[in-house]
Design a binder for this molecule. Structure first.
Ligand code: MN
Length: 237
């Protein structure tokens, strides 16, 4: 029996489970606090979405922590969409939080990096954009953030260049280079920390290169970032 005063004894329902991501080279897992995502962070993707890729301040949206699912997953096709899209992204995992983090100190807060997918119900996003409404239901739905194992900084360093690509059923759909990011990782962390106090366990999805497009039932998605790793998920047919 827990000691008297143990907070766990006072929950009215079972406490929510902590979502975790595998860490390369260890049995320890990375506990996810929150998932932040950067919009339009590669110029050619901004253009394909109908925007001028000027270097305006980055903007952010979020997914719930439990939207994260591991590589190797077989996923039910998301509900309430006729236009599911893939966005392959570099994911930054934070070991330390902070507020007003300076650009030149931002990388000291990073635990490691992973390959992720910012799955998007593009039809719901289009409606939201048109109506000036939030993107939450377009971006933050169940299982909308498949993320591969995190490679710690000690192994991977701080990748600022290298190929990032996505294949569907073996066919190349997205291809870019990390060096094409409009806001690089330290700039993104610094800017985000001027908006909210970041926490250990936060993940940041750093935007997608050009080539976003539809995902169909039964599709197998394979993503890769040089030096960071791989990710594969498959949707039910
Ligand atoms: Mn994205």
């Amino acid at each position: 029996m827990p000691p008297a005063g143990d907070q766990a004894t006072s929950y009215a329902i079972a406490a929510p489970v902590v979502t975790t991501v595998a860490v390369d080279g260890t049995d320890a897992t990375f506990p996810v606090a929150r998932v932040f995502c950067v919009g339009r962070n590669y110029a050619e993707h901004a253009v394909e979405m109908g925007h001028d890729p000027v270097r305006e301040p980055p903007f952010f949206f979020m997914k719930p922590a439990d939207a994260v699912v591991p590589t190797g997953s077989r996923l039910p096709f998301p509900i309430h969409t006729q236009d599911l899209h893939h966005e392959i992204e570099l994911v930054v995992a934070l070991a330390e939080g902070g507020q007003e983090i300076a650009v030149d100190e931002a990388l000291d807060h990073v635990f490691g990096y992973a390959v992720g997918l910012d799955m998007t119900r593009r039809d719901l996003q289009a409606v939201a954009k048109q109506a000036g409404r939030p993107w939450d239901m377009a971006k933050g739905f169940d299982r909308s953030a498949p993320i591969g194992p995190i490679r710690p900084v000690a192994e991977v360093g701080h990748p600022s260049e290298g190929a990032i690509w996505l294949r569907i059923n073996g066919e190349l759909r997205q291809e870019g280079d990390l060096s094409q990011q409009i806001w690089n990782v330290p700039e993104t962390i610094s800017y985000l920390s001027s908006l909210v106090a970041l926490r250990p366990g936060d993940l940041v999805m750093t935007g997608t290169p050009q080539g976003v497009g539809p995902v169909m039932r039964g599709d197998r998605l394979e993503g890769h970032i040089d030096g960071v790793g791989d990710l594969a998920v498959e949707y039910d047919g």
